[in-house]
Ligand binder design. Structure first.
Ligand SMILES: C[S@@+](CC[C@H](N)C(=O)[O-])C[C@H]1O[C@@H](n2cnc3c(N)ncnc32)[C@H](O)[C@@H]1O
Ligand code: SF4
Ligand code: SF4
Length: 427
């Protein structure tokens, strides 16, 4: 029998997206004062998290190590905890990274690898934050809740990105909420009807109830936790942006984030070739922003939504600052190495066999980090607007001149060293 691989899987997604019509939108006479920066680009006035940028300015000790050729621990890790998912979002890039939905729902990193080899060890070497997000759905891993508590107790700020449907509302979920810095629900549909189409699931109401539960628990217990919802913007879900902005306000979450859709340069999901469509969505995005207020931020990632996937640099320097671990415990400097032609040559280590500390102290790790810099062609190999992109922009800006006032202006998002954005460890 032919072995399934992720290429078959994303071809299926591509075909689904070809058949799925674009949503029709009416651009009204919505007239808002436009917010342009000195470079003439739109920017968010509600981004208290500097989500559209990076937080490298608050980790200059690691930059110093990098410049001095000293080996150092990454600031942040995007960690997958499973290889499957209970729903199918039409834009999921996880399919290009080995997420096979329900078929692989039982494939996840073991408790021993996760708790002992990974979290305790990452805390000991000074990793500052871990986001349990990855290529698939973290709530499918039964050890998620324990991992949140152990991670935080090991000195690491922890967050979760989830579709939310399976989030535990018992004691485990509550303990997790008490230890999280932020919790983000991925939802790109504002009604049950569109959720069925956009996410191929009938569980919209379950999700809404889970969000309400988390918001209530946070309020009742005065938790220092930010709860957000996030949509991935595509021409197939653009009409949901205003309903979602309203829904977020009604649910009482802290923010609603609208992000770009990443895709491979081969157009695996069918959106890479449509990144220039985004410009015409600006009026609706501005309308969505108008629902934000002091206690509820509507954050549009304008920079990434409008950059059409271009990169102004030629090498990925961000690899040692920001790592990615896939859902069964292998470690990489980029999600695109999880599966396919790069997998073996770019694997940094395996948490099933080594501790995190052993991995980052090995010569192999630093050789691969060098190989990423020297052998990956960021214009041909990389997917648009990856998580490391903004850190790369920063590292290239400081490469020649150091941390000048110009660099601070571009990368601080209006914050200062003493007044950092929220969640500064999530670089
Ligand atoms: C692959 S999901 C895995 C975690 C979890 N299942 C979730 O959906 O939050 C990780 C995050 O990537 C986002 N995402 C998925 N596909 C994307 C794409 N093509 N471009 C940009 N973000 C994407 C999702 O919205 C989610 O926040
Ligand atoms: S919920 Fe997350 S992992 Fe599942 S299909 Fe959607 S984006 Fe992918
Ligand atoms: S996609 Fe390219 S630039 Fe982004 S982390 Fe991967 S190798 Fe680096």
């Amino acid at each position: 029998m032919k072995q399934k691989n992720s290429t078959d899987s994303h071809h299926r997604l591509h075909r689904r997206n070809e058949k799925m019509p674009d949503q029709e939108i009416t651009i009204g006479n919505f007239n808002l004062p436009s917010r342009y920066n000195s470079e003439g680009k739109l920017f968010s006035t509600q981004d208290s998290y500097n989500m559209d940028g990076n937080k490298m300015l608050w980790h200059l000790d690691r930059l110093e190590d990098f410049n001095n050729g000293v080996r150092f621990a990454p600031i942040h890790i995007d960690a997958g905890l499973s290889k499957g998912c209970n729903i199918k979002c039409h834009y999921c890039y996880g399919v290009t990274q080995g997420n096979f939905y329900l078929e692989s729902a039982k494939k996840y990193i073991s408790r021993k690898a996760l708790i002992d080899n990974y979290l305790r060890s990452a805390g000991a070497v000074g990793v500052r934050s871990i986001a349990f997000i990855g290529e698939a759905e973290p709530t499918l891993n039964p050890h998620l809740y324990e991992a949140i508590v152990v991670g935080k107790e090991s000195g690491i700020d922890i967050s979760v990105g989830t579709n939310g449907i399976l989030f535990d509302t018992g004691r485990d979920g509550q303990a997790a909420l008490e230890h999280l810095s932020w919790l983000r629900f991925n939802v790109s549909a504002g009604s049950d009807k569109s959720y069925r189409l956009i996410h191929a699931s009938k569980e919209f109401n379950t999700l809404v109830e889970k969000i309400k539960y988390c918001v209530e628990y946070k309020r009742k217990n005065n938790l220092i936790l930010d709860i957000g919802i996030q949509m991935v913007l595509t021409p197939k879900d653009i009409a949901e942006v205003v309903p979602l902005a309203k829904l977020g306000a009604k649910l009482g979450v802290d923010y609603f984030q609208v992000k770009h859709c990443s895709d491979t340069v081969e157009n695996a999901l069918g959106f890479y070739e449509r990144l220039d469509d985004y410009e015409k969505f600006a009026p609706l995005l501005l309308e969505a922003e108008s629902y934000g207020h002091d206690d509820y931020k509507v954050v549009v990632k304008w920079d990434k939504i409008t950059n059409e996937g271009h990169r102004d640099y030629d090498q990925c320097l961000g690899a040692p600052f920001l790592l990615y671990t896939e859902g069964t415990g292998k470690v990489y400097s980029c999600g695109m190495f999880f599966d396919g032609k790069f997998e073996e040559g770019y694997r940094l280590g395996d948490l099933n066999k080594q501790t995190f500390q052993e991995i980052i102290e090995s010569d192999h790790y630093w050789n691969v980090i060098d190989k990423v810099k020297n052998e990956i062609d960021v214009h041909k190999d990389c997917y648009a607007n990856c998580r490391t992109h903004s850190c790369n922009n920063f590292l290239w800006d400081v490469k020649e001149s150091g941390v000048t006032s110009g660099v601070v202006k571009i990368h601080s998002g209006g914050f200062t060293i003493d007044n950092p954005p929220k969640h500064m460890n999530f670089v």
